[in-house]
Design a protein around this ligand. Structure first.
Ligand SMILES: Cc1ncc(COP(=O)(O)O)c(C=O)c1O
Length: 466
């Protein structure tokens, strides 16, 4: 029989020979009952002394792997069963069974017609102001004699955000209650860690935001989908045992309607009755298009039952990985600790640069400019879509940078048709936990402009009509 032996490794030649043989047995190169080469033959093959081979065989006999019968040779007596292929891939150890509940796609490649949901255009960022702010933050950091940062984030940025929330979202909050996160996603994760235990019930909107569901599922929560109608979340349908309710009140994700005032009050009353936490995800409430919008739900919260999540992903860019959490007083002691044990604290220089951008007014200028631009794009997209009432109905949208459409008739293989036409748009079906009654589409207008909108809608019409 042939065995492949590696004599690599540390230690003397005898030790390496013994380890090589043992590895060959454990790797399953030989099976029970097979005879090993006579010591003289193996020694000649490997160019080592016969004594070393005899000693290695004797050790393996003593360990029970091999058996020796005088006059007949040395046999394989016992080897562990081979590892299943699945275990091979997952690797051993605790946690190897864990799989993220979502498949992440990595960087999204642009297509010919780009309506990706919630993505903004890097080219439109205030680069000159950002460069100035970064240079100033670097100069400041070079003179800083501090050691580690505050797990809640830099005081200057927390203060700038607290002020911004006051005038932009009607939310009076103290900067001590603000915790800077790496995007809304980290805020969700921290809230789930401190507030959700395995088996707890968490209510989410149906359809809703899959990464939020995934965070709660990963904590072992029972995630219950609750329908939305034209007023937003159907509060009457909340399961009474829900200890956490996740909502997107400004711009329901993905359908787009705001949560009505009546429902907001009903939701706060539910939270009081059931001692539940409401997680308000205000991911793109800054951009508003019709009349005066409702302020943040959190601005109505007199009892500290709402945790408010904000993000710079839509107002600037997701690549910044910056967001914030306004902590309800009950969770304010636990959250910074959870953050400290996760990634310590947010990066110093980016935070200071963003604080400067906000304090110097460049951020507000950028928001005003984007508001004007998005108003024009939204109108153009609305007009292009309105030309094909036979194919779809756009849902009312008063805030945010995407619109949702209901398709007039089911479209078989919708994702494949979009891919074939190189259209980047999200079908609505994957945002449902259950079966979607009607399919539809989410069209973002963060990276598409002018004539490209008309061309994209024409391509979409062709793909949908088949
Ligand atoms: C509902 C919702 N929440 C939050 C976010 C932003 O997440 P992050 O701040 O982690 O980029 C998005 C982005 O698409 C979103 O759609």
């Amino acid at each position: 029989m042939q065995i492949h032996l590696s004599l690599d490794g540390a230690g003397g030649l005898g030790q390496r020979l013994y380890e090589g043989l043992r590895r060959a047995l454990l790797d399953g190169q030989v099976s029970v009952g097979e005879r090993l080469p006579p010591s003289r033959v193996l020694a000649a093959e490997l160019g080592v002394s016969r004594r070393l081979v005899v000693e290695a065989y004797e050790r393996l006999v003593a360990e029970g792997f091999l058996g020796a019968t005088p006059g007949r040779g040395t046999f394989v007596e016992r080897v562990p069963p081979p590892l299943p292929r699945e275990a091979d891939r997952a690797g051993p150890g605790p946690g190897a069974h864990w799989r993220p509940p979502l498949a992440w796609g990595g960087r999204l490649a642009p297509g010919r017609h780009n309506f990706p949901g919630g993505v903004t255009d890097r080219a439109l960022l205030p680069w000159a102001a950002w460069r100035r702010a970064m240079m100033a933050a670097l100069r400041e950091a070079s003179r800083d004699i501090g050691f580690y940062g505050d797990p809640r984030g830099e005081a200057s940025l927390r203060l700038a955000i607290a002020r911004y929330l006051g005038y932009s979202r009607g939310l009076a909050c103290d900067s001590d209650a603000v915790l800077i996160t790496q995007g809304a996603q980290q805020g969700l994760d921290l809230l789930a860690r401190v507030r959700v235990a395995p088996g707890d019930t968490v209510a989410v909107e149906e359809p809703g935001y899959p990464p939020a569901r995934a965070v709660f599922e990963a904590r072992g929560a029972r995630v219950v989908p609750v329908p939305v109608d034209e007023q937003g979340l159907c509060v009457d349908a909340l399961p009474p045992e829900a200890s956490v309710v996740y909502v997107t009140p400004s711009h329901q994700f993905p359908l787009g309607m705001p949560l009505s005032l009546e429902r907001r009050l009903a939701l706060l009353a539910f939270a009081r009755r059931h001692d539940a936490l409401v997680v308000e995800d205000d991911y793109d409430g800054e951009f508003r298009f019709e009349g005066r919008p409702l302020d943040a739900l959190k601005s109505l919260d007199r009892e500290g039952r709402v945790a408010y999540l904000g993000s710079f992903s839509k107002v600037l860019h997701a690549d910044l990985r910056l967001g914030y959490l306004v902590m309800p007083p009950g969770l304010a002691p636990a959250l910074p600790g959870a953050r400290a044990f996760s990634d310590g604290y947010p990066p110093l220089v980016t935070q200071r640069a963003l604080a400067r951008l906000m304090i110097d007014g460049d951020f507000a200028r950028h928001l005003r400019r984007m508001q004007r631009l998005y108003t024009i794009r939204r109108r153009r997209l609305g007009e292009a879509l309105a030309a094909r009432p036979d194919l779809w109905t756009p849902l009312p949208q008063v805030a945010g940078i995407h619109v949702a459409l209901r398709l007039a008739a089911p479209v078989p293989d919708l994702p494949a048709r979009l891919a074939a036409a190189e259209i980047r748009a999200n079908p609505l079906a994957p945002f449902h936990m259950g079966e979607a009654a009607h399919d539809g589409l989410l069209l973002g207008f963060g990276v598409i402009d002018g004539d490209a909108i008309d061309r994209g809608v024409a391509a979409l019409a062709e793909a949908v009509a088949g």
